[in-house]
Design a protein around this ligand. Sequence first.
Ligand code: SAH
Ligand code: SF4
Ligand code: F3S
Length: 453
Amino acid sequence: MKTYHVITFGCQMNERDSETIAGMLEDMGYVYTEDPKSADAVVLNTCSVRENADKRFFGVLGQLKNPHEARPGMMVCVCGCMMQQQHIIDQLKAKYSWVDLAFGTHNLASFPELFKNASSEKKHIIDIWQEGRAISEGLPAARAYDFKAYVNIMQGCNNFCSYCIVPYTRGRERSRRPEAVLSELRQLAASGCKEVMLLGQNVNSYGRARSVEGSYCAETDEPHLDFAGLLREADKIEGIERIRFMTSHPKDLSDDLIDCFRDLKHLCRQIHLPVQSGSTKVLKEMNRVYDREKYLSLVRKLREACPEIAISTDIIVGFPGETEEDFQDTLSLVEEVRYDSAFTFIYSVRQGTPAAERKDQVPEEVKHERFNRLIDAIHRIQEEKAEQYRDAELYVLTEGFSRTDDTMLTGHTESGRVVDFPGDPSLIGKMVKVRITKPQTFSLYGEVIGQEA
Ligand code: SAH
Ligand code: SF4
Ligand code: F3S
C-alpha cells in the first residue's frame, strides 16, 4: 500500500486545502503515514505571509532531498501561497529542481491529474495559474476531525492591505454559493459534526463582489444572502451546536452581523477582529480603511449587543514609519479593548507589496523591543481575564489529549479558551460541562461535572 503525508504551513484556509489534498490522495489509493521521510508521496502546502514561513518551508523541503534520492518513485510535491510568486519559482528551479511537482493556489482541483502525470511520466512539472476561476465544488476531503470542521465560504482577498501578500497569492475574492455552503453544513451535521468554523480572508464581505465569473453575488443572485444572512440560515441546521468564523475585517462589520451575536443560538460569543495597529496614521498607511475611533466604536457595539463576547485580534508592530507615539497608540488601544487573546507579529517585508518599497523601515532592534512591550501588556490582560473563569461552569467540546500533558483531555470553551481536564478518552467528540478550578494565562484547568445526553 502506498503512503502519503501532507505538511501544512500557514492559516486555517491552508489547513482546509490540505484536507482536500489528503482526500485526493486517498481517492488515488494512498494511506496516511506519520513520517514524511518514509512516505511515497509528500505534499508541502506553503504559506508566504511572513519571511519566517518562507524560511521554514525551504528548511523542511531540504530535509526531504536525501530520502527522495534514496527512494526512486518517492514523490515530493509543493503547493500553496509561496508558489504564486515568481521569485520563489525561480529559486525552486535553481536549487530544488529535484522536486516532482509544483502547483499553486488556483489549480488545487487539478492536483490528481498533475500528480498522475508527474509520477507516470517521471517528469518534473511546474504548473501555476495566475488568476483564480470560480470555486470548484465537490472535491474530496480527508478531514482532521469528524466532530469539528473547517468550511470555506470564500476564496481570495480584494483588500490589498499595503503590507500583505495574500491578495497576490490567493487572487480576487470569490464567494461560494450559499446552497453549496449550507448543504456541506447539513452533510457535516448528519455525520455527527458539532462545531464548524466558516473560513474566508474577510468573511464579512461574503457575497458582496462578483470579481470572478461564476462566483456568487448576493445582490443579483438568488437567494440574496450576505454573511449575516448565511449565518442565520446556518444557525437553523439541526445538530451544529457551535458556529465560529474567521476572519472579520472591521471595515465590513455590519450592524446586522453584530446583532447575530445577540440573536443566534449556535453562534459562539467570540470574534476575531484584527486591528493591526492602534494608530490612525498607521492604519491609513496600511490601507485598512477604518481608523482607531471606528474600531473602538465597533468593539463598543459588539459588547452592547453581547456583553460576554470574547474578542481576539492580530497586531503588527514595526510597520514602516511607525513612531514610538504610534506604538503608544497601539498599547493604549490594547488597554482599552482588553483582548481575550491576541496574535502579535513583527512586520515582515513582503516582496511586491507597497509597504516593502518604503525607505522608512523600522530597525530590527526597535521592532523587537516594541514587540516585547506589547506582548507583556497582552499577557497581563489575558491573565487578569483568565481569573474571571475561576469556578465558572462551562461547556467544552472535547477534542483530544492535551498538548502539554497526554494524560489530560483538552477542548475549547465557547469563548475560544483552551481547557485541560482529566477524563476518559471516550469523551472525545462530546460536549461536556466543566467547572474551572485553575485558570492560567494560556489555558484553564477544570473537572467534568456533566455530559450531554
Ligand atoms: N485576512 C485576515 C488576515 C490574514 S493574514 C485579516 O485581514 O484579518 C494573518 C495576519 O498576519 C494578519 O492579520 C496580519 O496581522 C499578519 N500579517 C500579514 N502580513 C504581514 C506582514 N507582512 N508582516 C507581519 N505580519 C503580517
Ligand atoms: Fe491581507 Fe488585508 Fe486581505 Fe487580510 S484583508 S488577507 S491582511 S490584504
Ligand atoms: Fe499564509 Fe496563504 Fe494563509 S500566505 S496565511 S497560507 S492565505
